[in-house]
Write a protein that binds this ligand. Structure first.
Ligand SMILES: [Zn+2]
Length: 165
């Protein structure tokens, strides 16, 4: 376990090929009350919106939100975040996603997460929330471990391709 810091995976995401929202926009309710986590989500959402590939609308009504952005604390998961996706099995369209950032690792200075890496973790989980799978072949925000990369051109291209029709 001594290499937890370097080997910590972003998450253990199970991807369904082609799963996405019916259009390239979704509403988000930020349910975290931790200041750093909230700021990281707000920054990550703004960064995704700035790409023009997908639009997140932050709303104040939790009950009507497509995506709920939460935090949790789990020392046993070996994951810095999670995305739990509900998808209609017939249409392969997403109906609800919970994204979660793991306070246990992200907010403990001994694990070495800078604010930028917390933002990258949020961008990664939001990437899952709009249908992206892991990408370890090139520099990508969807790398399966480390959270060292922000949103890259390859990620924007992947979203545009997923929502092309
Ligand atoms: Zn992931």
């Amino acid at each position: 376990m001594s290499d937890t810091m370097s080997k910590l995976s972003t998450d253990n995401y199970k991807h369904e090929a082609g799963s996405r929202w019916s259009q390239n926009s979704a509403s988000v309710y930020i349910a975290s009350t931790d200041k750093t986590i909230v700021k990281a989500y707000q920054t990550a959402l703004a960064n995704w919106n700035a790409t023009g590939s997908f639009t997140f609308n932050i709303i104040s009504d939790k009950a009507s939100a497509d995506i709920i952005a939460k935090d949790y604390s789990d020392a046993n998961s070996q994951a810095a975040g999670l995305a739990e996706t509900e998808t209609n099995a017939v249409t392969n369209r997403m109906s609800h996603v919970d994204v979660k950032l793991n306070r246990y690792y992200l907010l403990d200075a001994s694990y070495g997460y800078s604010f930028d890496r917390i933002v990258h973790t949020a961008e990664h989980e939001l990437g899952h929330a709009i249908g992206l799978d892991h990408d370890d072949k090139e520099t990508s925000v969807m790398a399966s471990s480390g959270s060292y990369n922000g949103i890259q051109t390859v990620d924007i291209t992947a979203v545009k391709k997923l929502y092309a029709n």
